[in-house]
Design a protein around this ligand. Structure first.
Ligand code: SF4
Length: 451
């Protein structure tokens, strides 16, 4: 006898919440701990609830959920694509809105990350997400943080409505160029489906700024790294445009992991260290304001970032003639180019040296300078770093190479820990688990890289 089981709201939350937790947009970059998963099922029995850091530094508990994991699209890398045969689930509008509000009333969550696969068309799916958000905002009066995905191919009227209701919007760009997109999907047109909606959001933000109201909504996106054989320089050029022209808050990078049944099932996985290097470059461009000419120095002739070399140090080594830098005379811009010196330590150096000259490592370390990285590049009374030639020898010595290998090994170790079947609990399913033997087994439904 066939018994038909209809999942209740809790079961759907369990499945679709767990899947959304793998969306890279809702995860922290490896270099920063901006989100902390609840580790104890007793403390928080609902999967997909994360602590997320807001731009003001405060933490909120975020409910991350997909409206549905059904998707009619054929993205060659995605476990939600139509290639993958498995059971799919979907919420009803009121069901999801009520579940969120119930959790909000119980102080389990105070923000929402809402994603989905594409069921019907991009506009139709976005319209459904809008109904959920509209119910939460206007029926229940929720005024907090809502990060909402805008589906590829969404028409202008729905993008505008999302702009009015969301706190942060994202359309996933997935890959740097339209030509590369054609390698990843036969159904997505990058200009029409992705770049146009992104441009509309950017224009709405500009218009609001022009009104003097300020751009209250931020825009983010993600790329799947390594699926389209793109180079790191290709990614950089797109990233630069998104931050520069369209004022994006963040671009996220997800290393490609092969998914069983998809056309890229045999494509090699992207090493986590590549993702790490991309976040480092992103940081140098976005926060440290390195110029493009400087950034180019970090890439090899084929446009890739060497895995065994820190990009900031690689750029500094190319400019050895500018070092050592007198820490008591250097400008903020010069200090920010020194490996081991960040925006906070540079500001502290400038502030402190107004009161007294800096003449020892202890003070610099107290200001946040990382001595083992900065020592060859800084000069002050009592510290004389080696000359340029010797410095180059030191930086590429056997010891330094070993240290870099250790760094890569630790990154790889973290990746394995993150993706191992042993760690594949409901709250830690990862994209690569779609290729593991437990994929599809009860309690291991795979993961999502939602639209
Ligand atoms: S990437 Fe998005 S649009 Fe493509 S198959 Fe996955 S969920 Fe669907």
């Amino acid at each position: 006898m066939l018994i038909k089981h209809t999942p209740d709201t809790f079961e759907k939350l369990h499945i679709l919440g767990g899947m959304a937790s793998d969306d890279i947009l809702s995860r922290p970059p490896p270099s920063g701990r901006t989100q902390v998963p609840y580790t104890s099922a007793r403390r928080n029995p609902v999967p997909g609830v994360y602590k997320a850091a807001m731009p003001n530094g405060k933490f909120i508990s975020l409910m991350r959920v997909m409206f549905t994991d059904f998707c009619k699209m054929d993205c060659f890398y995605c476990p939600n694509s139509h290639w993958v045969p498995r059971k799919r689930y979907a919420f009803k509008v009121d069901e999801l809105a009520n579940a969120f509000m119930e959790m909000h009333r119980r102080h389990t969550v105070n923000g929402l990350f809402l994603s989905s696969g594409i069921a019907g068309s991009g506009s139709k799916t976005t319209e459904r997400l809008l109904k959920v958000v509209d119910t939460i905002r206007n029926k229940h009066g929720f005024k907090g943080y809502i990060h909402m995905k805008v589906m590829p191919g969404t028409e202008y009227q729905f993008v505008e409505a999302a702009y009015r209701l969301g706190t942060r919007l994202s359309v996933n760009i997935e890959t740097p160029t339209p030509e590369m997109m054609r390698r990843l999907s036969s159904m997505k047109d990058m200009q029409r489906d992705i770049l146009d909606p992104m441009g509309w959001v950017a224009n709405l933000m500009r218009r609001n700024q022009g009104n003097g109201k300020g751009a209250t909504v931020g825009q983010a996106t993600q790329m799947v790294v390594g699926a389209a054989n793109e180079s790191d320089w290709d990614i950089f050029k797109r990233m630069e445009q998104l931050y520069g022209e369209w004022n994006f808050k963040r671009v996220y990078y997800a290393p490609f992991q092969p998914v069983r049944y998809t056309p890229l099932a045999e494509h090699p996985a992207t090493p986590m260290v590549r993702e790490h290097r991309l976040y480092q470059v992103d940081w140098l461009k976005r926060v440290y304001k390195f110029t493009n000419d400087e950034m180019r120095l970090a890439y090899d002739d084929n446009g890739f970032l060497p895995h065994d070399d820190d990009p900031k140090q690689a750029i500094a080594v190319h400019n050895l003639d500018a070092y050592p830098l007198d820490v008591n005379l250097a400008t903020s811009e010069q200090l920010l180019r020194v490996p081991g010196v960040g925006p906070t330590s540079a500001t502290r150096i400038l502030k402190n040296r107004g009161a007294h000259s800096i003449d020892n490592w202890r003070d610099l370390q107290a200001m946040g300078v990382v001595r083992k990285r900065a020592w060859p590049f800084l000069r002050f009374p009592g510290h004389r770093p080696p000359r340029a030639k010797q410095l180059k020898l030191d930086l590429f010595s056997e010891g330094a190479k070993q240290a870099r290998k250790k760094e890569i090994a630790s990154l790889t170790g973290q990746a394995q820990a993150k993706h191992s079947p042993a760690s594949c609990g409901q709250a830690t399913q990862a994209m690569s688990c779609a290729g593991c033997p437990l994929y599809g087994a009860p309690g291991h439904p795979g993961s999502a890289n939602a639209a």
